[in-house]
Design a protein. Structure first.
Length: 251
């Protein structure tokens, strides 16, 4: 399966910093086309940076989407707007959105379906809190999020989805899940997808890991059979570090 490495810039970079980062990254990953490389800058930079990405092989991603087409929804951004600004992918249901902005599995599901309607490829995030992990509820929590997030999806649409497993306790903390911990959850997600969808499609569905991914841990993570890529936060803000992640070598 073709790996997906996505950089989530979160609420970082002004336009000039974004331009500098893209120009540096473009050079560093030039010709490295065995991986789908995606960046998710803030909304305000998407259109401008999309032009700089033309011909680079790097694709544009948004950090969120709203499910309505247009209308009186102050502050929201529709799928049509994202596509017209150059996006091909969209991150949905990041734990920070769930924690700080009231996202639920139901809103995540509406956003996933809306993204697909517009031809955008969702990167749907799931993950357990530390309390849930310590109470042995990791698999139950994550599988419930996956099931609810993908409700109503037709079998072949799954092909365009990436599920990002991001344990909340590993995000921005420097504390990465061990490759074994991540693989266990990825394997369970894959098992659930086999129960819900057509097997041939599930085989092609990428399940990517996120949470303190860096240049020095990507190689062991990518060596796991069910880890098909990474969603990278902090380390995606440094061109060298992110390029190193894109050029991972499984060990
Ligand atoms: P991090 O963030 O790499 O900074 O831990 C990952 C994410 O939130 O997607």
């Amino acid at each position: 399966m073709r790996p997906l490495i996505a950089g989530n810039w979160k609420m970082n970079t002004d336009l000039k910093q974004g331009v500098d980062l893209v120009l540096a990254l473009r050079d560093l990953v030039k010709g490295h086309d065995s991986v789908d490389c995606v960046i998710a800058p803030p909304f305000t930079a998407i259109h401008h940076l999309s032009h700089l990405l033309a011909g680079s092989g790097i694709e544009m991603c948004a950090q969120d989407i709203f499910w309505e087409k247009s209308g009186a929804y102050t502050g929201e951004i529709s799928g049509e707007m994202l596509v017209s600004a150059g996006c091909r992918h969209v991150i949905i249901g990041h734990s920070e959105r769930r924690q700080f902005f009231g996202e639920t599995d139901e809103t995540v599901n509406k956003k996933v379906l809306a993204a697909l309607r517009h031809g955008l490829k969702p990167i749907m995030c799931v993950g357990e809190s530390l309390d849930e992990r310590e109470a042995n509820k990791t698999i139950q929590t994550v599988c419930s999020q996956v099931k609810k997030g993908l409700a109503g999806l037709s079998g072949t649409a799954l092909r365009d989805i990436a599920v990002a497993y991001e344990p909340i306790w590993a995000i921005g903390t420097g504390r990465t899940a061990t490759p074994q911990q991540a693989e266990e959850v990825h394997n369970s997600i894959r098992g659930l997808l086999y129960e819900l969808f057509d097997g041939a499609t599930v085989k092609e569905t990428r399940i990517i890991y996120g949470g303190s991914v860096k240049g020095d841990n990507i190689d062991v993570l990518m060596a796991q059979p069910n880890i098909d890529g990474a969603l990278v936060g902090g380390a995606s803000l440094k061109a060298d570090e992110f390029a190193r992640i894109v050029k991972f070598q499984p060990v």
